[in-house]
Structures are given as structure tokens and as C-alpha cells.
Design a protein around this ligand. Structure first.
Ligand code: EPU
Length: 442
């Protein structure tokens, strides 16, 4: 991994098609939450198909800090044990503040086990303000008292109770917060406006294995009947559909052919349709999905990012790079995050023609960011040859999209801060090398 090896800068010489096979393991955005779910029981839990990525290491550190243990075996098996837990010390809290989005999800299990939780201020990718108001309001509605403390929040309860909660926007993290808090609360919780991403459904599957009673209705309502005790689970994580899409775009942009073993069609139907629309080709087998270009030149598209089953916001960045090679003008309306097109500036420095707009373009007439000062629509005019540049990675997904752009560019690019990519992409340097990329870590 780049962080372990101390590699933060990468030189990439473009122009070679990526060809070969990569294996993608469990979803970062499920595995980390499943690790938190293990804290809901005193019994030992086992999770398979866990990638070796920084986010797993950060959550492991947090679990250690409250008295639990985590062992990650080479084959991807994670063994989690927390027979007893202790409150986190304030100095540890300061150390972990700003490291990812997961710490706030510790609230539910800690409240169930200890009646008190200290949660640090969150970090994660710099892609907008990313508030946690839904999380805090949900916890309060279920009977938690929240006090601001230096570096985070002190959350206390004499016992969480079921409640009726509504989210104005189907937040992934806040839905997980309600699930992880309500499973051991007394009574029934009814959450309306819930997110139903495949990673959330897999988390519900794990909680069901543990003894929880959770039902999901077609109208985004999740009903949780609280239980006093939960038990061990053994589970295999669903594949990371964000990483799969990243390799799919790499195949398209470099005129290559990549077989992604582990890829699951069902979680990626929306992406696959968009991929086919712009001229990508794929073959689905029992082992995974093979991605390459179709026979015709790449075509433009108008789409908007959305919650599941829409086109994921995390597919947007590598897809934008592919669209720089499409013949015509493409439009992308980002409706999940208000500030997720900052990365396009460096692509323009490489020769792309991408213009960002405050207006809601390319789909729904007005999203919640419309008529505000957020540049949340982009028009990409292609095809534009890309040329090498010296660029700095701003966040995880944008980082991988820069790698793809550099692989397609003429000349040798220098990409800095690549350790950020290691937060969510397992062994990506080895995978790139295996696919024939010309890369030189500095
Ligand atoms: N929101 C609020 N208030 C809240 C929570 C969210 O207004 O209390 C808003 C956010 O500001 C944002 C929208 O709701 O505009 C969606 O945020 P959400 O809570 O759904 O995102 P998240 O849980 O913080 C997870 C993933 C993201 C992924 C989003 C959407 C993890 C650790 N992160 O974030 O993944 O983009 O869901 O699918 O699960 C990534 O992997 O690179 C990544 C950013």
C-alpha cells in the first residue's frame, strides 16, 4: 500500500492500453460499517472478503482504542472481538478527529453497551461541507443527550428508545446511524426517507444474522423492532462497486480490456447502462465483468448522479475522464454533493474542456443545490487529447480519475498525494503494474 511504503508521488507515462485481470474485494463503504456493527455484541464476529485499505486500518485503530480487537488475515478474513468496551480517552479522541466518516457511527453500539459515547469531529474526502445534523437529530429523537466538547461530541443516554424519524434527504451515513442505534433500542423505530444503497442492505443482512428485526419497504421506509441482545455474525462482504467502475473507466480511456473478477452485475446496472450508452462494452460471467471499448467511437451522454438506484456520485469522477474522449458535449448534474467538480480544473490543465455551472443542467429541473452558489453541473466537450501534467490528488475518487487521465495522456505525469487513493483502493499500484501501466513510484 502506498501509505505503508511511504510512496506519496507517482510518475505515470501514458499511452499504453491497460490489459489483464484485477480482483476487487469487499466494499469500503460496507466493510467499515460492518466492523462497527460487530461492537453491538460481546460475541466474536468474522467478516470475509475485506480489502487491505487505510479505512479498514483507521476503524481497527478506533476499535482498539475502546478495548476491542481486530485481526486482518492475508486471505481477507477479519476477526472482530469486543467482549468488553471502555470509553475512549479524550487524548485519543483528538488523535482520531478528522479521520474519515466512520467514528460517528460508533455512537449507537457505544450507547447500547456503555450508555455514553465520545465521537470526534469527522473528516473524509473534502467534497463539500458534509454536515452530520441528520445523525445528531436522529440520536436525540431516540433519547440521546448531546454536548459539544473539544474535538467532537459527548453523547449520553439512559437508554435509547424507538422513534419515528424522517430524513429530508436519504443520507447513507445517517441511515446507518439509525440502524446501528435502533437495533438495540427499546421499542420500534420507523425511519422514512431512508437510503437503500446495496451496502446498506448488506449491513441489514448482517444485523439480521445477529438477531435484529428490520424490514425495508418499497417507499424508503425502514422499520426496526429493537432487541435486547445481538449475537455473532459470519459474513462475506459485497464487492466494491465503486472500484469496479473505476477499472471499467480505465479500460475505456486507455483502449484496454480489463476483466474485473468479483464484480457483481446487480449492484451496477445503472453504471453498466451508462457505460454501454457512451460506447463501452462489457461481458458478464460468473467470475466478474470484462470491460473494453465497443466498435464505435465514444458518444456523449446527459446524466445526473443520485442515490441508489441512480448513478452513484462516486462513479462520476472516472466517468468524467472517459467523457473527455467522447465525441460531443456531455452534461453531468451532481445532485448528491454540492462541491464535487473541483477536480475538473486539473483535467482542464491536461487539455480537457470541462466547464462547471451553478445551474441544474442535464435532467431534473431543480435539485436542492439549484439557484445557490454551488458549481454542481458540468459540461464536458470532447474528444480532447490529454497531455501530461503535475497534479495533486484532492480526494480519493478524484485521485483515481487523475491516474486514469494520466494513463491516457501523452507524456509523463507526476501525481502527488497518491496515498489518499490507498484509503479505498487495495494494492492499486500492483494492479496497475499487472495491467501493463508504466508507473514509477517516487
Ligand atoms: N447530509 C446532510 N446531513 C447529514 C448527512 C448527510 O445534509 O447529517 C447530506 C450530505 O451533505 C450530502 C448528502 O446528504 O450532500 C449525502 O451524504 P451521505 O450521508 O449519503 O454520505 P456519507 O454517508 O457521508 C457515504 C460514502 C460516500 C458516498 C456517499 C453517497 C462512506 C464512508 N462514504 O458518505 O463515499 O459518496 O455515501 O453514496 O460510506 C467515497 O467512498 O469516496 C465516498 C465519498
Amino acid at each position: 500500500m502506498p501509505e505503508d511504503s511511504g510512496i506519496t508521488t507517482l510518475r505515470i507515462t501514458g499511452g499504453r492500453p491497460l490489459k489483464g485481470t484485477v480482483h476487487v474485494r469487499g466494499a469500503k463503504n460496507f466493510v467499515s460499517k460492518c466492523m462497527v456493527a460487530s461492537l453491538l455484541t460481546e460475541e466474536d464476529c468474522v467478516l470475509h472478503n475485506v480489502p487491505d485499505i487505510d479505512d479498514v486500518r483507521v476503524v481497527s485503530e478506533l476499535i482498539h482504542a475502546i478495548g476491542g480487537s481486530v485481526t486482518h488475515e492475508k486471505d481477507g478474513t477479519l476477526r472482530l472481538s469486543s467482549p468488553s468496551l471502555t470509553p475512549v480517552e479524550p487524548r485519543t479522541l483528538k488523535k482520531i478527529a478528522g479521520r474519515g466518516r466512520i467514528p460517528i457511527l460508533f455512537a449507537g453500539p457505544l450507547l447500547a453497551r456503555l450508555g455514553t459515547a465520545m465521537v470526534p469531529n469527522l473528516g473524509g474526502c473534502g467534497i463539500g461541507p458534509r454536515p452530520v445534523d441528520f445523525h445528531l437529530q436522529a440520536l436525540q429523537t431516540m433519547g440521546a443527550h448531546i454536548t459539544d466538547i473539544e474535538g467532537g461530541y459527548l453523547i449520553e443516554t439512559e437508554g435509547l428508545h424507538g422513534a419515528k424519524i424522517h430524513f429530508e434527504y436519504p443520507s447513507v451515513g445517517a441511515t446507518e446511524q439509525v440502524l446501528l442505534s435502533a437495533v438495540r433500542a427499546s421499542g420500534i423505530t420507523e425511519l422514512t426517507g431512508a437510503a437503500v444503497e446495496p451496502e446498506i442492505i448488506d449491513l441489514i443482512a448482517v444485523l439480521q444474522k445477529m438477531g435484529a428485526n428490520i424490514s425495508v419497504s418499497t417507499d424508503r421506509t425502514i422499520t426496526i423492532i429493537g432487541v435486547e441482545k445481538l449475537h455473532a455474525f459470519e459474513h462475506t462482504a459485497l464487492t466494491d462497486r465503486l472500484e469496479v467502475a473505476s477499472w471499467a473507466c480505465a479500460a475505456l480511456v486507455t483502449h484496454g480490456e480489463i476483466m474485473v473478477t468479483g464484480a457483481r452485475q446487480l449492484d451496477m446496472m445503472t453504471f453498466l447502462n451508462a457505460y454501454r450508452t457512451i460506447g463501452g462494452a462489457f461481458t458478464i460471467t460468473d467470475e466478474g465483468i470484462r470491460f473494453c471499448r465497443g466498435d464505435a467511437p465514444l458518444a456523449p451522454i446527459a446524466l445526473e448522479t443520485d442515490v441508489h438506484p441512480g448513478f452513484m456520485t462516486d462513479w462520476q469522477q472516472p466517468f468524467v475522464v472517459a467523457l473527455t474522449q467522447a465525441h460531443g458535449a456531455s452534461v453531468i448534474h451532481e445532485t448528491v454533493y454540492e462541491d464535487r467538480f473541483g477536480f475538473t480544473k486539473s483535467l482542464n490543465d491536461m487539455g480537457a474542456r470541462i466547464q462547471v455551472f451553478r445551474e441544474c443542467l442535464g435532467g431534473r429541473t431543480r435539485c436542492r443545490f439549484g439557484q445557490q452558489n454551488h458549481f454542481h453541473s458540468a459540461v464536458i466537450v470532447g474528444p480532447t487529447p490529454l497531455t501530461a501534467a503535475d497534479i495533486t490528488v484532492p480526494d480519493l475518487r478524484a485521485g483515481f480519475s487523475y491516474v486514469i487521465a494520466a494513463l491516457a495522456a501523452e507524456g509523463t505525469s507526476t501525481i502527488r498525494n497518491i496515498d489518499l487513493i490507498g484509503r479505498g483502493y487495495e494494492n492499486f499500484l500492483d494492479k496497475l503494474t499487472a495491467l501493463g501501466a508504466t508507473i514509477e513510484p517516487l
